[in-house]
Design a protein around this ligand. Structure first.
Ligand code: UD1
Length: 369
């Protein structure tokens, strides 16, 4: 069986790595790895391949940046000939980025089976480009691998055949479980404690410059209570450059994007994390670190119901008071003590093995000839 994986952007890499590793130990499976090049900076891509011990991509489509239509179309145009030439039996796509939906659409048109890893998540907010990508990719997929039961429910509501849905657990947590011991040795030097760790890159937070300026001023204010460490995504860096002089100071540190291990180590020891990322809501939940999400909604409700996540929305007063509460009560320690990852069904480090099992069983059941 020939399986072709498509990855494109930073959050894809930690999801694909465990699946590549799990399938490598299955007999009769041949794998091809295609990188669309949606993320192209070494700090957003190369270093992740190295730390996650992923094979070099067999092919890089080099699509780079652009508007959503340009980026999606560029992936489709470049991927179609690769698919025709390589003729895989199954294409695996990951998460919700533009590369995911673009490659799934090419497969569907050419009648090539698609498996979607991290299917079924819904924010119900169609102003998010990722929500459109999730909805469409799931409609186009033949195998849907969900991280949590809410994903199965969302898919059934949308009329997806339940036979296609496989609840396997969270592959991103597979990577975290495997690499956390190594990350502990990779804690960046000269990090003052205690600190809040910040990441922001969603258009809703960084494309509105007035909001971004106020958000940054609030972080500067918070740095009066504890250090604030902010590795800055390239999209955010571009917007910050447009803001001119920054409120950053000795206690609010703006860094370049960090590699996986260093960032995981910083999450593990943070007093709190302030973010708009999807994956980080999950990682902090697993680690038991309080997380304040600067969004009105989340496609990962389990991080609120069973985890440490709170939505503060687009409301600086809520951000201030939630952060102050964590500082005042030392909630970080309380959360950590109550952390027991068994409360998160199937977030156990073995999701990718379950995916490999489903795929190899499907192959075995396929009529021959
Ligand atoms: C993409 C995903 C988002 C994911 C995020 C993680 C979509 C719709 N969005 O958003 O879901 O959470 O990746 O990082 O697919 N840039 C660089 N170097 C790079 C990559 C990007 O400088 O290696 C700059 C580009 O100039 C671009 C901007 O960052 O204009 C945004 O990149 P893009 O890939 O369009 O989306 P992200 O915001 O990274």
């Amino acid at each position: 069986m020939h399986i072709l994986h498509v990855v494109g952007a930073r959050p894809n890499f930690m999801k694909a790595a465990p699946v590549l590793h799990a399938l490598a130990s299955c007999s009769g499976v041949r794998q091809t790895l295609v990188h669309t090049g949606q993320h192209y900076d070494a700090a957003m891509s190369e270093v992740f391949f190295r730390q996650l011990e992923m094979p070099e991509p067999d092919c890089n489509l080099g699509v780079g940046s652009g508007t959503h239509a340009q980026q999606t179309a560029a992936v489709m145009l470049a991927f179609e000939p690769v698919l025709l030439e390589r003729k895989p039996d199954l294409v695996l796509v990951y998460g919700d980025v533009n590369s995911t939906v673009a490659s799934a659409l090419v497969c569907a048109k050419l009648g090539v089976a698609v498996g979607h890893v991290e299917a079924g998540l819904r924010s119900r907010d169609r102003s998010m480009p990722e929500e459109i990508n999730r909805l469409l990719t799931d409609q186009l997929s033949d195998l849907l691998f969900t991280p949590s039961a809410d994903g199965d429910e969302n898919l059934r509501h949308e009329g997806i055949d339940p036979a296609k849905i496989h609840l396997v657990g969270n592959v991103m947590i597979d990577t975290l479980v495997r690499l956390l011991p190594r990350a502990e040795r990779q804690f960046p030097a000269n990090v003052p404690t205690p600190y809040a760790l910040v990441t922001l890159h969603r258009p809703s937070n960084v494309d509105d410059l007035l909001w971004l300026r106020d958000l940054l001023a609030t972080l500067a204010e918070l740095s009066g209570q504890l250090h604030v460490i902010f590795p800055v995504h390239p999209r955010t860096r571009q917007r910050l450059n447009g803001l001119g002089s920054l409120a950053a100071g000795a206690r609010l540190r703006l860094l370049e994007p960090l590699p996986y291990l260093e960032f995981l180590a910083l999450q593990r020891h943070a007093a709190m994390v302030i973010t708009d990322s999807g994956g980080i809501q999950e990682e902090t939940t697993f680690l038991g670190v309080p997380c304040l999400t600067v969004r009105e909604n989340t496609e990962r409700p389990i991080t609120i119901t069973l985890g440490t996540n709170q939505l503060v929305g687009r409301n600086l007063q809520r951000l201030r008071s939630a952060a102050a509460e964590i500082v005042a009560k030392g909630l970080a320690q309380e959360y950590r003590k109550s952390t027991d990852s068994s409360r998160l069904p199937l977030w156990d480090g073995h999701a990718a093995e379950r995916i490999a099992k489903v795929i190899t069983q499907c192959a075995a059941n396929r009529p021959r000839g």
